[in-house]
Design a protein around this ligand. Structure first.
Ligand code: URA
Length: 223
């Protein structure tokens, strides 16, 4: 096949509805790679699928890939990801035992000169990408779904809810699945005031420690 033909095919995938149902997370990621369910695929470098063990009990959902993730193809490896890694470690949660994904799988940005500035995905984009999030969740069958921020809450629950209303409480979603919402790590990075930062950090760690306790309880129950 000519290279140009391949590029053309990759940019013009068949409608997603024509795909057979993926039976593994890696097959799902291959389908996500040619997604055209919303226009975000047009400007992003690549899709950023979720990653982690296929039997992870905890699903961590972020907002969307950032600039670094868009280039590397991996979730939470840029500045927010580094902060998340530190917070998870402090809270006693092993990131590599969690499945980490995003509510929206392509980077949405606006160009300012040469800089690509993050733009929040809108409700239509989050809802279009729920197709993938729902399938990740169905294949993974996690016991605890954790939403980091408002976009993740909408992706996980299918409706908008304020982070402040839900955060910190473990809620039953039925079918043996529980749900925890907390802030997105980027909200901590945006704070300027030192005492606000300290308070937000403490609150974030307190929420993440609930994941660690949930994991301990879950492991005992599965024993
Ligand atoms: N922010 C997110 O929500 N997800 C990423 O993968 C990176 C930054």
């Amino acid at each position: 096949m000519e290279k140009s033909e391949f590029v053309l095919r990759a940019k013009s995938p068949p409608a997603v509805g024509l795909f057979a149902e993926a039976t593994s997370l890696s097959a799902l990621a291959a389908q996500e790679a040619v997604c055209t369910r919303c226009p975000l695929y047009k400007n992003a470098t690549q899709v950023v699928p979720g990653e982690g063990p296929p039997r992870a009990r905890v699903l961590l959902i972020g907002e969307q890939p950032g600039d670094v993730e868009d280039v590397s193809g991996r979730p939470f490896v840029g500045p927010s990801g580094k902060l998340l890694d530190i917070a998870l470690e402090r809270a006693g949660v092993a990131r590599d035992k969690c499945f980490v994904t995003n509510a929206v799988k392509h980077f949405k940005f606006e160009l300012r000169g040469k800089r690509r500035l993050h733009k929040k995905p809108d409700a239509g984009e989050i809802d279009a990408c729920r197709w993938w999030l729902d399938r990740e969740r169905a294949l993974l069958r996690p016991g605890l779904v954790v939403a980091l921020g408002a976009t993740a809450i909408r992706g996980a629950l299918g409706r908008s809810e304020a982070v402040s209303r839900l955060r910190g409480d473990i809620i039953d979603l039925g079918d043996g699945v529980q749900f925890l919402a907390t802030v997105h790590p980027s909200s901590l990075l945006r704070l300027k005031d030192e005492s606000d930062k300290r308070e937000a950090w403490r609150g974030f760690l307190a929420d993440l420690r609930k994941i660690a306790r949930w994991i301990e309880k879950d492991a005992r129950a599965l024993d």
